[in-house]
Design a protein around this ligand. Sequence first.
Ligand code: PEP
Ligand code: CO
Length: 442
Amino acid sequence: MTKLSVKWTTESYTANKFEKLQQPVWSDQKTLKSVKKQLKNMPPLVFSGEIENLRNELKEVECGNRFLLHGGSCAESFKDSTGTNIRDDLNVLTKMSFLINAIGEKKVLKIGRIAGQFAKPRSSTYETIDGKQIYSYRGDMVNDFEPNQQARIPNPEKMLKGYFYSASTLNLLRGFVEGGYASLKSVYKWPLKLSKQMQTKIDSIQKAFHMFMDMHKMKGRHLDSRYFTSHEALLLDYEEVMIRKSSLIKKDTWYGCSAHLLWIGERTRSINSAHIELLRGVENPIGIKIGPKAVPSDVIKIVKTLNIKNESGKILLIIRMGSKNIKKSLTPIIKAVQKEKLNVIWITDPMHENTFKTGNHKTRDVCEIKKEITLFFGICTKNSVIPSGVHLEMTGKNVYECIDNKHSKKKLGEKYHTLCDPRLNAEQSISVALHIAELLKR
Ligand code: PEP
Ligand code: CO
């Protein structure tokens, strides 16, 4: 990319030559300036040492010693950031991690799409409600979901609210993890809405696993309890002011302190992207979404720009191609990366390209999601790269947004609560985890 000649600063992305895609048109520039100033003075949400720890964990993922389980809502909302919801999201992710660990015989690294997933890219700037054109909803950090003109005006003060909601969510998550409540033994005491059949199945796996642990005198309290956070670094004004300098680990290095892992979406990774310019200066691991139309030479340029020293544990290529396209579209990307000897981590997002509309609802079929995961594993293995993880839209809340098969479409409606894309519920998430565990065992 041309911008390597430009000196990076937290503001270098603002230069005209960089494309600022998917940004809100803020209502009031004076308020924006004041909010950014306030945020700049707030403490970082995560600490540079934690980001370095995640980089080390991801090195293990990259060489196949761990499997990355990355999941959470497509869009978090302020209203749903309650203690119960946060607990249930952690609960289901931890149970999935246990199943992959116990059956797939692979250690799991858990990352939540949580504590900051409040901004969304949209296919259209406007939507028409009752004949009136209003701004699309862009996430709780930008505007309100209510479909009326006033609610949809992007308000910079919502970024401050987003910061505080992220902080309170992180606070509880750290409490669960540090207090030992996210360990395998404790998490089993937490109830989750599962069918009797699924509950019986995981109870028996758990029983066998704990017998094994007791037999080998292994302690389970903190087993697998590490947990990191992530979100799409979409909102440039927010991410810019959350970047902080630290000399604690390496002299004068910069960290995006809004989350441990940040990713760039399929819609904002253009070749002159301001998002890429902003994130090329930080030490965080960076995810890059790669869709079916990605051009291999563009992917190479982006990876080289974001990881100039070709370090391990730094770049995650999050492949979202759909069960119909992955066969033809993934191999050229793998070959290009191999030719350049680039260090990357191969992750599947089996959600986004398997989305379709039925009636008024966007949905996804769990069978297609599993199919894309299977194809991803097969293509990676055939091309001698490691299928290292999965990126899921899921929740511990009792929802029905994804369908289990073609015949269950009529169940959509009653428990459809997502503000953006459809999520797997607990039962569906566990069944995807069991599928992954079987693939890892092979
Ligand atoms: C998402 O992860 O919710 C998302 C919008 O991804 P993408 O940018 O790849 O569509
Ligand atoms: Co989504």
